[in-house]
Design a protein around this ligand. Structure first.
Ligand SMILES: [Zn+2]
Length: 207
């Protein structure tokens, strides 16, 4: 996988979302944020996520939709259960996925991050296809942008957000990246970078 100069991932289905704007001038993209979403909650494979991110969600279609319809939100990417990659916002633009957030003392994580949604609940295990696609995407992003950290939404908005949840296997994801990192240099376009994952479960909040 490659991220083009236009910020679009080759091989992704591009469904443009209006819920985005310009990143602040001179702001480097150095953080990857992992989320989960399912619409209706707990159901997979329907059109709700794409409808939400493109402001086409019918509030009458499901009781839960009435509570979120009208929310102007997006993410750069969605990885469906079968591994399909859908892109809503160019990585060069600011998607609206993080909300009130902070990472290493920097607020407004939307400014400097790429947001990836995994179709899931945080309780049901994510699929092999999702881990594989996410690892490929992380590698492609690190080749295009100076990505130094990967965090969960729960890491940048602790107490407020819990995604990607307990079912996201950080060690597994880390090992997928590590395997890639040992491969020949040409896979990185000469831009090999060390990507740091947040230590788990240090930032998990217990009530
Ligand atoms: Zn999230």
């Amino acid at each position: 996988m490659r991220i083009g100069k236009d910020g679009l991932a080759e091989g992704a289905r591009f469904v443009p979302s209006p819920n985005c704007d310009e990143r602040p001038a001179g702001c480097a993209v150095d953080l990857l944020v992992i989320h989960h979403i399912s619409l209706p909650p707990g159901e997979f494979g329907g059109g709700g996520i794409v409808e939400l991110f493109t402001n086409r969600l019918d509030p009458a279609a499901h009781p839960y939709y009435a509570t979120i319809a009208g929310a102007k939100v997006s993410a750069h990417f969605l990885i469906r259960r079968d591994g399909e990659l859908i892109q809503f916002v160019s990585c060069g633009r600011r998607a609206w996925h993080a909300g009130e957030s902070s990472w290493k003392g920097r607020a407004r994580c939307n400014d400097f991050s790429v947001g990836v949604e995994l179709e899931g609940t945080g309780e049901v295990p994510y699929t092999d296809a999702q881990y594989a696609r996410l690892a490929a995407l992380a590698r492609a992003l690190a080749a295009r942008y100076p990505i130094t950290d990967i965090a969960g939404h729960s890491d940048i908005a602790p107490g407020r957000k819990s995604d990607p949840g307990a079912s996201f296997d950080w060690p597994r994801f880390r090992s997928l990246l590590d395997v890639r990192r040992r491969r020949p240099k040409k896979n990185y376009g000469g831009k090999r970078r060390s990507v740091k994952l947040p230590r788990r479960p240090a930032r998990r909040q217990k009530k």
